[in-house]
Design a protein around this ligand. Structure first.
Ligand code: ZN
Length: 70
């Protein structure tokens, strides 16, 4: 019996820093105002408690949908 390992995002993958950027002049992407909920906001994949998305592709996809729903 082989153990099927789920592919886990590498820890070296850059994660967006948790910063209070609401005071900056740069528009804040919708996803940055979301609280980390322990799962990917886009695909619901379980994550650690500080991340919102399992990867950049999910974050990007979420952003795209947020744009359309504006
Ligand atoms: Zn995801």
């Amino acid at each position: 019996m082989e153990t099927i390992q789920e592919s886990v995002p590498d820890k070296s993958v850059p994660v967006e820093p948790i910063v209070a950027s609401s005071m900056s002049a740069t528009p804040v992407p919708a996803r940055l105002s979301l609280p980390p909920k322990g799962a990917c906001w886009y695909c619901e994949k379980p994550l650690d408690s500080v991340r919102r998305f399992c990867g950049k592709s999910c974050a990007d996809s979420f952003d795209e949908e947020a744009e359309y729903n504006r």
